[in-house]
Design a protein around this ligand. Structure first.
Ligand code: ARG
Length: 595
């Protein structure tokens, strides 16, 4: 009802202006905002305008008096009376607004023929970078990266749907000291890995990395050689570059398998990409007079952010040995992402999806970029943090043997469990289905469950990973939503699909109106996710919609409805299915007709 709300907003503003033509200077900044909000309870109608209350003081009138004056103006506005029933003044001075039923029905009809389901494309598309997933080479992608991947993908989908050009960037950790240790270690224990593709697999690579890290921490000579290796690599030594390229390829292929399974598109642009731009970051900070040498390192001291000792915290951009840091790369990336094409991405909004543990890193980097003047007018940098993935015991997610959980295994297990659940259900229901059907349904449900479980939580909080909960057919789960879709597909099969163009919509039952109103919220929910970057809002909405639909379907005859009401009820079923499919699609989740 985004468009309806906009129309109402304008009508209210005009009514306020006309009711108190000379008073606006006297309102001391309270101004003309009608304070339009969705009604707090369904019996109050669709919207409420709360403007009268804050105006009481500056206008020196009782709020009910003010509300009455606004309502009188509204009643003489033909546009308003065509849209709303008679406004009601409630409580201390709220104006309750109810949209005319025929207008709601017309909205439903319009959405039936609209593949955007009433969600307008934005008027001013903003080029956006979504920096997400971003695992590290030579390490396994872990559940934190899974969260970033799932949340980032969903945010990108919503922004794309709204019409923004979105660049989905995989800022992989493919540069820096870890390669020095890894190359030094491999030269001694598995030199073939450095000049032959596929000589080792990712599992081996991860193990070698662990060994290398241990040696680096324990052995000073190893440390020195590793540092020399990094310098060699960073200065472009061909053999080092070749070894580095092979190691990256190895990891990249493994990552890609996960992305393919999850149906996720990403452009890889790792930390190494920004290597040539790092000296200019230091130079730029020097020119901006932000750089301070502290204990041999180049730093920028943050304003308003201090450590435990009360002293301002530094962002270290160049270490005493000349090496650059994670933060330096992020500063170079900010400049590149905001810079005009062709040597930049021309973005105006950059979104970083990482665990909440990196919040300080981003606060620091954003502040430095701002003080250096690297954020253009209207440019926005946003960190989208998320909490930890925990096991059912509330501790860090681990396998039974205490190892970190590999993503591949986790996805396999979700699908295996969905498969077992499905076979058990088929047996109960004495249904025979082909193996192809079972594997398709189990594959879709298993991955949908993993994604949805993650997205449906408020991302800021930690979340407990539970296969049982995410695969349950009841509750706020992917299977519950998919089941609603399957139910509707069954109705369409039995009742014949509806010809939307000829349907004359008429609703009478309260469950029908509840469903109509729920369906019409979709556009506002999408706009909210776009702004707040909280996919769980969309999940809650889809859950609510499924519940309202199930109530409607359980209480109002659909297939047995009489010929006059049948098309309207089928129309509600169709629009519910379309809305669920579109919503799930924006979460990166596929749909099913049967399950
Ligand atoms: N590679 C990092 C990690 O695994 C995440 C990178 C996030 N993006 C960024 N521009 N810093 O924690």
């Amino acid at each position: 009802m985004l468009r309806i709300a906009q129309a109402l907003e304008t009508q209210l503003r005009e009514a306020m202006q006309q009711a108190f033509p000379d008073a606006w200077d006297a309102t001391q900044g309270v101004g003309l905002d009608p304070q339009l909000a969705p009604a707090s309870k369904p019996e109050f109608g669709d919207f409420q305008a709360n403007a009268a209350l804050p105006l009481a003081k500056p206008l020196k009138q009782a709020p009910r008096q003010i509300a009455k004056a606004i309502v009188e103006q509204l009643q003489s506005d033909a546009g308003f009376t065509a849209l709303c029933l008679d406004p009601q003044i409630a409580g201390p001075g709220f104006i309750n607004l109810t949209i005319r039923p025929e207008r709601l029905a017309a909205e439903v009809a319009a959405r039936l023929g609209d593949d955007r389901l009433g969600v307008p494309s934005v008027e001013n598309p903003t080029p956006v970078v979504v920096d997400f997933s971003s695992p590290n080479i030579a390490k396994e992608m872990h559940v934190g990266h899974l969260r970033s991947t799932i949340i980032g993908d969903s945010l990108a989908r919503v922004l794309e749907f709204r019409g923004h050009p979105v660049l989905r960037l995989n800022h992989v950790g493919d540069w820096g000291t870890q390669f020095g240790m890894l190359i030094t270690h491999l030269k001694q224990v598995a030199p073939e890995a450095l000049d032959t593709a596929d000589a080792i697999d990712l599992g081996d690579l991860v193990a070698f990395y662990r060994e290398a890290k241990k040696r680096f921490d324990d052995d000073e000579a190893f440390q020195t050689t590793s540092r020399e290796e990094v310098v060699k690599l960073q200065s472009g030594d061909p053999l080092s570059l070749k070894a580095w390229g092979l190691l990256c390829d190895q990891s990249r292929r493994e990552f890609q398998k996960i992305y393919d399974r999850l149906d996720i598109r990403l452009s890889e642009r790792g930390e190494s990409f920004y290597n040539p731009f790092l000296p200019a970051v230091i130079e730029g900070l020097k020119q901006a007079e932000l750089l301070v040498t502290d204990d041999g390192a180049q730093c920028v001291f943050l304003e308003g952010v201090s450590g435990k000792d009360g002293k301002p915290l530094p962002v270290i951009v160049q270490k005493s040995d000349g090496g650059f840091n994670y933060a330096t790369t992020d500063l170079a990336a900010i400049r590149y992402r905001f810079a005009p094409a062709p040597d930049g991405d021309q973005a105006r909004r950059v979104i970083y999806v990482t665990d909440a543990g990196q919040a300080n890193h981003f606060t620091g980097v954003f502040q430095v970029a701002d003080r250096a003047g690297w954020i253009p007018d209207g440019g926005r940098l946003q960190h989208v943090p998320f909490g930890l993935v925990q096991g059912e015991d509330g501790k860090k997610l681990k396998t039974r043997s205490g190892d970190t959980v590999r993503l591949r295994d986790l996805l396999d297990e979700a699908v295996e469990r969905a498969d077992a659940d499905l076979r058990a259900r088929l047996k109960d229901e004495e249904r025979a289905e082909s193996e192809a059907f079972i594997s398709h349904v189990a594959g879709t449900v298993g991955l949908a469950a993993v994604k949805y479980a993650d997205l449906s939580q408020n991302r800021i909080t930690n979340y407990q990973f539970s296969f049982d909960r995410m695969l349950a057919l009841q509750g706020n789960t992917a299977p519950y939503l998919l089941y609603a879709l399957v139910r509707i597909a069954g109705i369409a099969r039995k009742g014949g699909d509806l010809d939307a163009s000829t349907a004359q919509l008429q609703f009478s039952e309260p469950q029908e109106w509840a469903l109509v109103r729920e369906l019409l919220k979709f556009d506002a929910v999408i706009a909210e996710v776009e702004e707040e970057l909280l996919p769980n809002r969309l999940c809650s909405y889809l859950f609510e919609l499924s519940q309202v639909f199930n109530r409607f379907y359980d209480q109002v005859p659909v297939l047995k409805a009489n010929p006059e009401t049948l098309p309207s009820r089928l129309a509600l079923c169709r629009l519910t299915a379309d809305t669920l499919k579109a919503g799930l699609g924006l979460l990166g989740i596929g749909s099913l007709e049967r399950m």
